[in-house]
Design a protein around this ligand. Sequence first.
Ligand SMILES: Cc1cc2nc3c(=O)[nH]c(=O)nc-3n(C[C@H](O)[C@H](O)[C@H](O)COP(=O)(O)O)c2cc1C
Ligand code: SF4
Ligand code: SF4
Length: 302
Amino acid sequence: MSVITSRTGTENGRITINYEKCNACGLCVMVCKDFSLIMEDGRLKVSDRPLFGCLGCGQCVAVCPHDAIMVEGRTLSSADFEVLKSDNLPDYASLYQLLLNRRSIRDFKDKPVPRELTEKILAMAVTAPMGLPPSDVGVMVLEGKEKVRQFSFDFIDMLKKARWMASPAALKLMRPFIGKENYLMFKTFVTPMVNFFAETREKEENYLLYDAPLAIVFYGNLSDPADPYIAATYATLAAESLGLGACMIGSIGPFLKNMGSDFKKKYHLPPRMRDSITVVIGYPRIKYRKTIGRSFERVYYA
Ligand SMILES: Cc1cc2nc3c(=O)[nH]c(=O)nc-3n(C[C@H](O)[C@H](O)[C@H](O)COP(=O)(O)O)c2cc1C
Ligand code: SF4
Ligand code: SF4
């Protein structure tokens, strides 16, 4: 038995050791933080006292210099492991330059993103780390401006029905229960945002997903809440590396956690959705000339 995920249940990884190839170097034992592997009398063995049960993280297979160990199950198969290429790696300077060049892009050319590029973006996004393997992140792709628009307007129509909850009177009533910070967040951000979406939607304007030609929703199931955000971050960087522009859209996810069962049904999203984040992608209509200096709230060495 191992840790539960929505894709694997409690199945654990099946470990196979090829003793003809294994020279008992111990590298796999060192990297396995589940303690599924032990060295006993100079021989590699599968432990009968792991921490959880093999998680299928694949680290032991990836590190073995002699192809002497394989893990299958929990979505892994032998085809998932390929010897790494170490040429052509971006150095700090080139990666940093890509990150400095990235801006949130909200103005797109009326030009579709070819499926091939979407697949390249997803190929990078799926390499993101996750709280527990295998990734429990689901991905919904809205391809084409019309689909993105329909999704946006359906979402705004759903919001409009629940608009009373963000009205000044309802907020005043809720204030003692939601705390001062949440009250101010609603008052200064959520309420004006919902009203703005509703008013602009009447004019057939899409300020939710900015009429992008591509939108990708990353959502979590049983996963760590951070998982969809990390995959989405990778997707924005992948888009940047392909000459596209992207912007993360956080204004949909919080609502879908708590409402919108018909909307979720229409888009085949899970009824009990957890954290999610949307990324809009397309060819930028504008080019930024300058970097923007950023700072953290604080950095300190404790
Ligand atoms: C978690 C998250 C949620 C965001 N949600 C939205 C959003 O709903 N709408 C939007 O226009 N931009 C959204 N953004 C983009 C931010 O506003 C943007 O990253 C920020 O203003 C900094 O600008 P830059 O990305 O160009 O550096 C979001 C960014 C993040 C990281
Ligand atoms: S796949 Fe991960 S958890 Fe399983 S034995 Fe290998 S290193 Fe350990
Ligand atoms: S890393 Fe490979 S060769 Fe080394 S002990 Fe593990 S299985 Fe054997």
